[in-house]
Design a protein around this ligand. Structure first.
Ligand SMILES: [Zn+2]
Length: 398
């Protein structure tokens, strides 16, 4: 087993992020770390579009009344950051759900409109004691790839099934193996027991239909509804619980949400809370350790290191960089007057996937000599062919 590093060490070596006492539990994203974060978010966004979501963005600071109405204040108050303004208590939101409900409730909804899926990369704050904060894994400020599906009871099963397929596909992209756990009604549960029974049956049917591996966690559901917890195994065989798909019968009740049914009468929708990465900050920490900093091409903050052999090729190296950037490929030129071996070593240590070496013959033939960060020599390629190859690999997310 090679020497494994933790994400704090890798983050410092690769200049991805830092932490400062002035903001305990909050991440300072450096340019390269933020490029990875954004690439991940861009991918999630593209999937949202093709899966029928509407993306919304809701306020960070709201009056505490909202969380009192939603019921979070009673159970969650000690984790909520509070501010007083003009004799009014405000909260930094610890979750997006109540605000998603306000958007849902902002107009009359008909049964034909459902499901309505609202995604929100809102900025959340939860108070954790400063002693337990650590790196990207325990933070106070974070973003969840959050979404709320407002559905009719008859839509639950299909909606969950589609979600399970979506989630599994997403995790496969990173080489994670996923396992699903159905958590059923706890002893202390709210709501109609017939509704619970139906919902548990729906979730189990969905798990079967999606053909995923699953187990049962008896009586481990939330008091407001059953859920599916999703665990993954990373490259070091560590188990992480990332996502939850959670049915909720209570918030729609508390927030008085309705839709007009086929019979013209108002009905209550059911909410599915779901996140796939969970906290993006924590997910980034897991990815950094999973890949040990050697991200796949599409996520790499610098995708190509351009290494001129002597200063004479510097001009051409800059032209190559411009051509790559014009195709949205992230590239950097090593302008130092170091020996080529040193430049190759440093680029590989920075885990840059491709090293494009430029000497006299490459300049004359408008080409580049390509090496990978693993030390594989791919030989000389015409620049246009190299660009085409990289673009295809980025698109395929390898
Ligand atoms: Zn929620």
């Amino acid at each position: 087993m090679p020497n494994l590093k933790d994400h704090r060490q890798i983050g410092a070596e690769l200049d991805l992020y830092s932490f400062h006492d002035t903001a305990p539990g909050a991440v300072f994203w450096h340019h390269k770390g933020y490029l990875i974060y954004r690439s991940l978010q861009d991918y999630l966004r593209s999937e949202l579009l093709s899966n029928g979501y509407d993306e919304v963005f809701t306020p960070v600071m709201v009056k505490s009344d909202l969380f009192k109405k939603s019921g979070h204040w009673d159970f969650y108050s000690e984790n909520i950051f509070k501010l007083e303004q003009e004799k009014e208590i405000y909260a930094l939101k610890p979750m997006n759900c109540p605000e998603a409900c306000l958007i849902y409730g902002s107009k009359v909804r008909s049964y034909q409109e459902l499901p309505i899926r609202l995604a929100d990369f809102g900025i959340l704050h939860r108070n954790e004691l400063s002693g337990v904060l650590g790196g990207l894994f325990r933070v106070r400020q974070f973003t969840i790839d959050d979404a709320h599906h407002f559905v009719r009871p008859d839509q639950i099963q299909k909606e969950i099934e589609d979600l399970l397929v979506f989630v599994e596909k997403f995790y496969k992209l990173f080489g994670f193996r996923s396992e699903f756990m159905l958590a059923t009604k706890p002893d202390k549960a709210m709501g109609d027991s017939k509704l619970w029974e139906e919902a548990e049956k729906d979730l189990e049917q969905a798990l079967k239909a999606a053909k995923v591996k699953y187990g049962i966690k008896e009586k481990d559901g939330a008091f407001y509804g059953p859920k599916i917890d999703i665990h993954i195994k990373d490259s070091q065989e560590r188990d992480w619980q990332l996502a939850t798909i959670q049915l909720d019968f209570q918030i729609p009740e508390k927030m008085e949400l309705e839709y007009i049914g086929k019979d013209g009468r108002p009905k209550r929708p059911v909410i599915i809370h779901r996140a796939i990465t969970g906290s993006l900050e924590r997910f980034m920490g897991i990815l950094v350790e999973h890949y040990q900093g050697g991200f796949p091409l599409w996520l790499s903050p610098v995708q190509v290191a351009i290494l001129p052999i002597t200063d004479e090729q510097l001009g051409y190296a800059k032209v190559v960089k411009e051509k790559l950037e014009a195709e949205n490929i992230r590239a950097e030129v090593d302008e130092r007057s170091e020996r080529l071996q040193a430049k190759i070593r440093d680029a590989a240590l920075q885990k840059i996937p491709y090293l494009a070496i430029i000497g006299k013959s490459e300049f004359e033939s408008k080409s580049v000599s390509i090496r990978t960060r693993e030390g594989k020599d791919l030989g000389k390629l015409e620049l246009t062919k190299f660009i085409q190859k990289i673009k295809e690999e980025i698109d395929k997310k390898v």
